[in-house]
Design a protein around this ligand. Structure first.
Ligand code: NAD
Length: 348
């Protein structure tokens, strides 16, 4: 088991990778705990949950809405949960975002921790303290940044994850490698078979490296005033594609990473070998799907993105595998690049 610590504004958050989900029993208070999970995770793992009341949400992005949060808060009141209560989220990124958000606003904030059960949440979503719900189709419009006390990442839970969900998480893992860990990129590159077999030891290593990198970034810039922006590599185009095509987050980010990589190459920030290496990896894992979105539509969707400042976008480029940089780019330049790319490929 590996332990990674994040210490920010006096708060200590502990991420345990390779620990079994049962480890959580020893990390909870004796009373006042409520488990928040989704129906799939409850069906598969409910019999192994610690014995506390369980609140279940419908799986998927549709549950990240304020009315759902209000409903859960009502249930907490019914259960008599007061300021000394503890919310334990057991699930993927959706459950962690909901459980974290609820715990940060219920009675002005109560304690919380996660058992992270999807690859996407283990490598990315459950580390860093971002929580949130959507307003209409705009993602994470309402949210907070508040570190959970602990996150348990049990790679054995990933064996039951549907293939598409597993691949979606892999995209965020590859993103981490591109922006911050060249050796991780090389390990992923030579471990195709073990990754597809979901080998426990390898997954422990991959999740540990990803969390270690993200933790170091969050520790330095918890509130995303600078460095933390690099974690959005692939997300400018990715969010636009996700909104238009309703594809899983990781596949949209993979498409966004292909564009951001080619854009980096066009700007002379990476070599043709590095460019090919990244695109080949995304292809090898079947992450690049075909979408057909016009330049005008992409422009509209990017302008809608909450991360824009004025007409300029903080766009994340790779500067070689394992390094990223943020440049302010006008929406016109981004749309021009996209139109050129679309013309050459005939599709996105
Ligand atoms: N807070 C952050 O920093 C952050 C970062 C990235 C993404 N996110 C959010 O994460 C969400 C996506 O996360 P996700 O991909 O984990 O989605 P998810 O939570 O919807 O999980 C995907 C699916 O897998 C199922 N599942 C989860 N664990 C399982 C298991 N062990 N076995 C079988 N099925 C399992 C779920 O029931 C669901 O149907 C998005 O809402 C995104 O905005 C948050």
């Amino acid at each position: 088991m590996e332990k990674i610590l994040i210490e920010t504004s006096g708060v200590r958050s502990e991420i345990l990778v390779g620990a079994s989900m049962e480890t959580v029993a020893g990390m909870l208070p004796e009373s006042g705990v409520v488990v928040v999970t989704d129906e799939n995770v409850n069906r598969l793992y409910g019999s192994r949950f610690p014995s506390f009341p369980v609140l279940t949400v419908t799986p998927g992005e549709g549950s990240k809405q304020m009315d759902g949060i209000e409903h859960l808060a009502g249930k907490l009141l019914e259960l008599g949960i007061d300021r000394s209560g503890f919310i334990l989220g057991i699930g993927g990124g959706v459950v962690c975002d909901i459980a974290g958000f609820l715990s940060s606003i219920y009675m002005r904030g109560i304690r919380c921790g996660y058992v992270s059960s999807s690859l996407l949440s283990q490598v990315d979503a459950s580390t860093g303290g971002k929580t949130g719900v959507n307003v209409g189709s705009t993602k994470n419009t309402l949210g907070t940044i508040r570190q959970p006390e602990f996150v348990i990442c049990d790679p054995a839970m990933l064996l039951t994850l549907p293939d598409e969900e597993y691949l979606s998480g892999l995209a965020e893992l590859i993103k981490t490698a591109i922006i911050g860990d060249k050796e991780l990129f090389e390990i992923i590159d030579r471990s195709y078979k073990e990754i597809m077999k979901r080998d426990f030891d390898l997954l422990t290593l991959l999740v540990t490296r990803s969390v270690t990198f993200k933790a170091s970034v969050v520790q330095e810039d918890e509130f995303e005033n600078g460095l933390r922006r690099i974690l959005n590599f692939g997300h400018t185009f990715g969010h636009a594609i996700e909104l238009q095509e309703l594809v899983k987050h990781g596949f949209a980010v993979a498409a966004g990473m292909e564009l951001a990589t080619l854009f980096s190459f066009e700007k002379g920030l990476i070599t043709s070998e590095e460019n090919e290496g990244i695109i080949n990896m995304l292809n090898k894992f079947g992450l690049l799907r075909k979408y057909d979105i016009s330049g005008d539509r992409i422009r509209q969707l990017i302008l809608h993105d909450k991360k824009k400042t004025g007409r300029d976008i903080n766009f994340i480029f790779t500067e070689g595998i394992g390094k990223a940089t943020v440049l302010k780019i006008s929406i016109e330049e981004i749309t021009d690049f996209y139109n050129r790319f679309r013309k050459n490929k005939k599709y996105l």
